[in-house]
Design a protein around this ligand. Sequence first.
Ligand SMILES: Nc1ncnc2c1ncn2[C@@H]1O[C@H](COP(=O)(O)OP(=O)(O)O)[C@@H](O)[C@H]1O
Ligand SMILES: [Mg+2]
Length: 453
Amino acid sequence: MRILLIGAGAVTSRLNVLLAEHGHAIEAQMATFTPQHLELFDFHALVVVSPESTVGQAALTKAAEAGKLIYVVAGAADGLAAWANGVGVPAVAYPPSDVDLDNLLQQIRRGEAGNLAADDQYRRAVLGSDIAARLQSGMSVRKIAVTSPKGGTGKTTVAVNLAVAFALCGITTCLVDSDANAGALQYHLRLDRVNTTMIALLRRELAQNKSDTMAAVAAGANFMNAFTPVEGLPTLRVLPGLVTDDLGDEALQNEERVTEILGGLYESGMSSGGVVIMDVGINPAHVVHRAALRLAEGIAIVIKPEIPDLAETRRWLARMIGSLSASVGKAAAYEFIGSRVKLCYNQVVGDGFKAAHRMLQDALREDKIELALIPNGVLPMVEPRLAAQAVNSERREDVIVWRYKKEKLEELAPFTESIVGFASHFVPAVHESADRVGLIKKTQKTKRGLFGR
Ligand SMILES: Nc1ncnc2c1ncn2[C@@H]1O[C@H](COP(=O)(O)OP(=O)(O)O)[C@@H](O)[C@H]1O
Ligand SMILES: [Mg+2]
C-alpha cells in the first residue's frame, strides 16, 4: 500500500522501517498534513502518529472525503484518538507496543484487501456519526430506475448527478448502466479501467447458468465485485455499459435469468446499506429495461416540459397501466404506478413546466387515468458550456453537482439544489447531509426564533 506517514519522532521513524519491511511503499514522511498534500502526493493511506505531528481534524476529514484510508497512532487522552473512534478509523495506542504494531499492520492489510469500509469512514468523517446513523435508518426508496419515454431528455445526466449527490451526502451508491441503446456512464465518470460491464456480467452469469436458491442468496455478495469504485468518491460505485449491437445476444434472451441478475444487482447495493440507481433506456420491451423497471421501488421519469415529451409520457403511462392491469388488476396497477413513479422535469427554463404539467394532467384525465402525479423534480437548464464540461473535460469532478461542491460556481447552484430536492423524494434524510456537506445553502438557523435549537 502507498502510505503517507505523518510524524517526526522516534516512533514514526521506527514505523517507517517496519512498514517498508512489510512491503509497503512510503510515499513521504513529514511532520504535518494539510489538504494540499492530497494533490501533491499519490497515496492510498495516511498513517498519523499524533503526538509526533500536527494534523487537524479538518484535514483528515478532507482525506476521508477523497477516499484515503486513515490509521491513527495516539494516546488515550489524545483528541485524535477520540475522533478516530467516533469515525471508525483504526487507532492504536501511543507509544505502541509490539501487539499494537501487529494490530496496525493487520488493519493496514485489511484496508489493502478492501475489507475496510472507506465509504463508512467517509460517511462518519464528513457528516458526523450521528447523521451517518440516521441516514442509514431513514432510508425509504432505495432501488431507483431512471428512465424516460423519449430519448435525449437527460436520463443519464439525472442518473449520474443523482448518484453523485447521494454519494456526496454519505450514502453508498451503486450506479448501473442498464440502457441498451447508449452506455455513457463510463464517459460521464471518466472510468478508464472497469471491473466489468453489464453485458459481460450477463454473459458470465448466463454461461454459469446455475439458477438455484443458493446462487440467488450468494448473488448480492457476488455482484458487489462487479462494481468499479470511483476514485475520489468512496461512496460511489459504478457498473457501466450494456452497449451491444447484437440484439440476438444470447445473454439477453433468457428473461428469467436477466431478471435474477438485475435483482442481484439491486440486492447487492441494498446489502451495503445504500441505494442503487439504474439508468434505464426508453424501450420498456427490452428485457433488461423491463427487469430494471419491474424490480424498482422508485421510477424517475425524466422529461422536458415540451409537448412531444408529454405526449410520449401519456402513452407510456397508459401502456404501463394497461399491461399491468391485465396481470394484477386495475387497482393494483394504479397503486404500483402511483407509488413508484416520480416525475422529473429537466432542462426547464422559467416556470413553463407548470403549464406543461397541467397539460399532462389534462391528457391523463382524458384517458381516464386518475394518477395524482406531481412534479417531484424540476431541474433547470444548465449553462451549455458548463453542461458540456460536465462530460467533456478531463476531470470527473466536473459532473455538475460535484463541481458545485468543490468550486461553488453560482451558475450550478440551482441545478444542484434541485437535484438534492429530487433526491429527497427517495431518501428524505438526504436534505440534512446535503446541508452539512454544502450542496445546498445553509438553512437559516436564526429564523427559528426562541424555540429553535
Ligand atoms: N439540465 C440540463 N441542462 C443543460 N443540458 C442538459 C441538461 N440535462 C441534460 N443536458 C444535455 O442534454 C443532452 C442529453 O442528455 P443525456 O443525459 O445524455 O440524455 P439521455 O440519457 O436521456 O439520452 C446532453 O448533451 C446533456 O449534456
Ligand atoms: Mg443516456
